[in-house]
Design a protein around this ligand. Sequence first.
Ligand SMILES: Nc1ncnc2c1ncn2[C@@H]1O[C@H](COP(=O)(O)OP(=O)(O)OP(=O)(O)O)[C@@H](O)[C@H]1O
Length: 290
Amino acid sequence: MLKLNDVTLKYGSDYGVQGITMSLELGKIYGVLGRNGSGKTSLLSMISSFRQATSGSIMLNDQALFENEALTPMISFHYTKDQSYETRKLSKLLDEAAAFYPYFDKEYALQLTKTFKLSLNKKIYKMSKGMQSAVEAVIGLASRSPITIFDEVYLGMDAPTRTKFYKELLNDHTNHPRTILISTHLVSEMDFLFEEIIMIDHGKLLLHESNDDIISKGFSLTGEAAAVDHLTQGLSVLNTDQLGPTKSAMVFGSLSDELMQEAREADIEIGSVSLQDLFIHLTDNDREEE
Ligand SMILES: Nc1ncnc2c1ncn2[C@@H]1O[C@H](COP(=O)(O)OP(=O)(O)OP(=O)(O)O)[C@@H](O)[C@H]1O
């Protein structure tokens, strides 16, 4: 178990994240979702011991994580770096990754360079942004760290490359189960990867639930406007759209059997809602930037 208890990170007087408490079961793939500046990187950088929490505790298997020499080798943090000064060749970088990450599989890394069409003889700074991201993805996958963190590592990758990354990630997770945390804005494209969702909003934990549970709580009610309004009274309505006399309401919560019956009788159609739509509307609040 990875347990966070009331974790806060401050940058001077500003909050990166605030009072986050959650327990993560090991072995799953987690999607860390949040809008720009919501605190995803702040959270992930503390889990990877890149930053120390200002307050609160982060425990892995009941031991404090920060600078714990026995635990930190189990975790790797991958993000798209500025590689303008990285003059090493990919082959050298992989040799160094193999020496650095205790669970690194060099053979798999070499296989991945072929999958992503990366040249081992090419210097990193001479690669395109998408290729540099693919290099980070290769190192992250081949690290096989028991807790592997990808912080928006797809940046700059084109759609076919991202698709290869998702496929590799799922395949390799099946063959070598481990905990993977992936932060993203590309919710509709990546939702199939996630077993659990961690949604962050304004530095706070908005929700942490299984992907299936979240999806089962989102539904749309579409029909005659007055009937939809009547039916949604007292429910958590995230969004409404109206076209002429027809209204559609996006609701988050559970729909009782009585309400379902009422909907049928009022000719109201009950539909499902995607994770992306739920994400957009659950985090839809205008932020005052200072
Ligand atoms: N080094 C820093 N110094 C001061 N404030 C920071 C620093 N890094 C992040 N912040 C602030 O902390 C908050 C959370 O930022 P963070 O980078 O964790 O968000 P994010 O969800 O990863 O954003 P994005 O999706 O845009 O990458 C933001 O208000 C941001 O301005």
